[in-house]
Design a protein around this ligand. Structure first.
Ligand code: R5P
Length: 293
């Protein structure tokens, strides 16, 4: 029975103890999935590093034309060589992404709000599973709004996508949204990431926070970290480094790449942090060498 009284404070996350149900497949929490699911996850997470560089350019689904993404047809092809997974809408993919690019696809399948709305938490699943299959999507990206007005409908969207994806072995990426009134604390992210994972999402996208390693330890599937608003490159690389050090299995940055004056070089540098273990200072030096060469 649901009971909010007398809840104990969670504290023993065993952050030093590796995930205990790994089996033979390298993606966290996925060893018991079938071959088709594992194949899609292997299109997302590099088998050598176990990590992924996702590139989020789905902003247009509620923001329309976004600074840095005015011309998807020009911006996206230049960045593709540095990216493992393209996170976009079906409209952007079909119109502006060369199908021969051989990259993973995280397909944004929710919609329904826009920047003109005060409350962005009300969405629907707008893409049929059949169309996700036609696009060879490697995962379905669903926005979730824990603690917001649209919590119920967003978890309904998530569950519907997971149920449909399971029928065709397509994983679901649960995106943990934070609104202007929602806290960005480890307490919130432990709650939200765990709810989304226990509902069956195979990958979670969330934000970096204090005690991030505890958020990771308590989440039984891989976490990729969102970039958020544009930061100076040095700060964005420190965020990337800390996230990876804290146990993230990748980054899903958007504005910190496409709004950089040197977007291609920034993406190439993020790749070094994600796949080659560069520290933030090594990465910034690498970035500066690239832009000055
Ligand atoms: C999540 O809310 C959506 O996928 C965004 O469009 C995307 O994650 C934003 O990426 P960033 O915050 O790195 O620009």
């Amino acid at each position: 029975m649901a009971d909010k009284e007398g809840l104990k404070i969670s504290k023993d996350y065993g952050v030093e103890i590796p995930f205990q149900n790994q089996g033979g497949f390298y993606v966290k929490g996925s060893d018991n999935l079938d071959w088709g699911m594992k194949k899609h996850l292997a299109n997302i997470f590099d088998p050598k590093s176990g990590n992924t560089v996702m590139f989020a350019f789905d902003h247009g689904y509620f923001m329309g034309s976004t600074a840095g993404l005015e011309r998807l047809d020009i911006v996206i092809p230049k960045l593709i060589p540095q990216i493992d997974v393209l996170m976009g809408t079906r409209g952007a993919l079909r119109s502006c992404v060369p199908p021969q690019c051989r990259k993973g696809v995280a397909l944004r399948v929710t919609s329904g709000s826009s920047m003109l709305n005060e409350d962005l938490s009300h969405e629907v699943v707008a893409v049929d599973m059949e169309d996700a299959i036609r696009l060879n999507a490697d995962c379905l990206a669903i926005q979730t709004f824990i603690g917001a007005d649209g919590q119920l409908s967003s978890l309904d969207n998530l569950s519907r996508a997971i149920n449909a994806g399971l029928r065709y072995s397509i994983p679901t990426l649960g995106v943990v949204a934070v609104g202007k009134d929602m806290e960005r604390t480890d307490r919130f992210f432990k709650l939200a990431t765990r709810i989304v994972a226990e509902l069956g999402a195979h990958i979670i996208k969330t934000y970096y926070c204090d005690n991030f390693e505890e958020v990771v330890a308590a989440c039984p599937v891989p976490i990729v970290v969102a970039g958020g608003k544009k930061l100076p490159e040095k700060e964005a690389l420190t965020l990337a480094y800390r996230a990876m050090q804290g146990g993230a299995r990748g980054l899903d940055m958007g504005r910190n790449i496409f709004q950089s004056e040197h977007a291609v070089e920034m993406a190439a540098t993020i790749r070094k942090v994600v796949h080659d273990g560069y520290t933030d200072s090594e990465a910034y030096q690498y970035y500066q060498d690239l832009i000055n060469s």
